[in-house]
Design a protein around this ligand. Structure first.
Ligand SMILES: [Zn+2]
Length: 241
């Protein structure tokens, strides 16, 4: 709490919340953050959102990062099963229980997004530019996901991650941009050659038909987003590894 007792923070109205016999005091604080200039950017991080990996990243040190989505996928599927069972019972208590479970699932997902975005902003230096795919519209978000995974609705979780990242980035004097997601998984990050056949989804391998560059296919999206971030900073420049 200590950092909040300086003149930089103004306290709002506190709220006492009771949850399962425990009491929590929520105190809102307000602070001014200096605006970050584009010319200050010293690090670029491409962030690809997905299902197998909640996020895959690629940054200015040419380092990749992955957060596995396996456990999350499983838990969401479990939640869905319970929800379906409750939906079949058309009683009042089942409806009540359904609502509770929905709220719990949302809180759980929000907490995951909170942890991921916290790590992203704290593990990267000030004046980092984060590059996300612009997934406006549910259709695009669901298209990204393979058919058999489509039962998982991810658009809400993606949007939540984005909102949390924008908010935390601002606090750390970092910036977030959203770019056109077209071809981010088909384009070669080294030579730029774009072809659907570059990617073999089955074995998760990307292999460029032009320059033979090979990598894990989930990493390619992040690499291309990183490259688009560099292009955004230095327009009209061709970047290569
Ligand atoms: Zn290539």
């Amino acid at each position: 709490m200590e950092q909040y007792f300086s003149d930089d923070y103004k306290f709002g109205t506190a709220k006492l919340v009771s949850q399962k016999g425990k009491y929590f005091l929520h105190i809102p604080v307000t602070t001014e953050v200096p605006e970050s200039e584009l010319s200050d950017i010293c690090n670029v991080v491409g962030i690809d959102r997905g299902i197998n990996f909640v996020i895959a990243t690629y940054d200015s040190k040419h380092k990749s990062g992955f957060v596995s989505g396996k456990a999350i996928k499983q838990k969401r599927a479990n939640y869905k099963k319970v929800r379906q069972q409750l939906q079949q019972r058309k009683t009042k208590s089942a409806r009540k229980r359904l609502k509770k479970i929905g709220q719990r699932e949302n809180r759980w997902m929000q907490d995951i997004n909170h942890c991921i975005t916290k790590a992203l902003t704290e593990q990267n230096p000030k004046h980092t530019l984060f590059v996300l795919e612009d997934l406006t519209g549910i259709r695009q978000a669901t298209e990204k996901i393979r058919l058999k995974d489509r039962y998982v609705s991810v658009s809400w979780a993606f949007y939540d991650l984005e909102q949390k990242l924008i908010y935390k980035a601002k606090k750390h004097q970092c910036s977030v941009i959203k770019v056109n997601p077209a071809y981010t998984s088909q384009a070669c990050p080294v030579c730029g050659h774009t072809e659907r056949a570059n990617r073999n989804k089955k074995i998760h391998l990307f292999c460029c038909r032009n320059c033979s560059y090979q990598s894990n296919d989930d990493r390619i999206g992040a690499m291309n987003l990183y490259r688009m971030g560099i292009d955004y900073l230095v327009p009209d420049t061709v970047t290569a590894e």
